[in-house]
Design a protein. Structure first.
Length: 187
């Protein structure tokens, strides 16, 4: 069975992005989902001096190992001042110091949501541009505006038009995961 790693790119205990990422990843019946909590990967703020002095934290390798074991990644970004949260960016900074790329050519679905009408579109736009350079194979993006009006914990996305757009993006991820498995099986 395939594995999807779901990441809410926020360290908030009640992260709406973690809720969206977990729900989104579980919409496929073709994969087992593991949701990562950024609080489990809290490390000192990255600096070259700290790296030279103490090396790369074990948690950076553990995070990367989760990505290496995944067939797909679903990430939903919280937007802090138009960019990634400090917690997520710090993990990315540390993992980038390891051999290879951060996302190791893993198919990815990039999401964002917020309580507001823009739905984290600023950070999602940034991720869409940078993730391919970091080794992600971006299969789609989706922004969910006005989270509390458009998402119900029991149902998921409640707006039918938004739900259709999400399903297209998820289908792209599932297709890429299938293709990747077929390529591996055929050598």
């Amino acid at each position: 069975m395939k594995t999807i790693v779901a990441i809410g790119a926020s360290n908030s205990q009640n992260s709406i992005n973690k809720k969206l990422a977990t729900w989104a990843a579980n919409q496929t019946n073709k994969a087992q989902v593991e949701t990562l909590d950024l609080n489990d990967f809290e490390m000192p703020i990255y600096s070259v001096d700290r790296e030279n002095e103490s090396g790369i934290p074990r948690l950076a390798q553990e995070f990367k190992n989760k990505i290496l074991a995944a067939d797909g990644v679903v990430i939903s970004f919280a937007e802090h001042n138009g960019s990634y949260t400090a917690a997520f960016k710090n993990i990315v900074d540390w993992v980038s110091r390891l051999e290879g790329t951060i996302w190791e050519n893993t198919p990815a679905l990039l999401l964002a949501t917020s309580p507001g009408a823009r739905g984290g579109m600023g950070v999602l736009s940034s991720a869409k541009m940078t993730f391919p350079y970091q080794g992600a194979i971006v299969q789609g993006t989706f922004s969910l505006p006005s989270f509390y009006q458009n998402f119900k914990e029991e149902e998921g996305i409640s707006d039918l038009g938004l739900l259709e757009n999400f399903k297209i993006a998820l289908n792209n991820l599932e297709s890429a995961m299938e293709k990747s498995s077929a390529e591996i099986a055929n050598g």
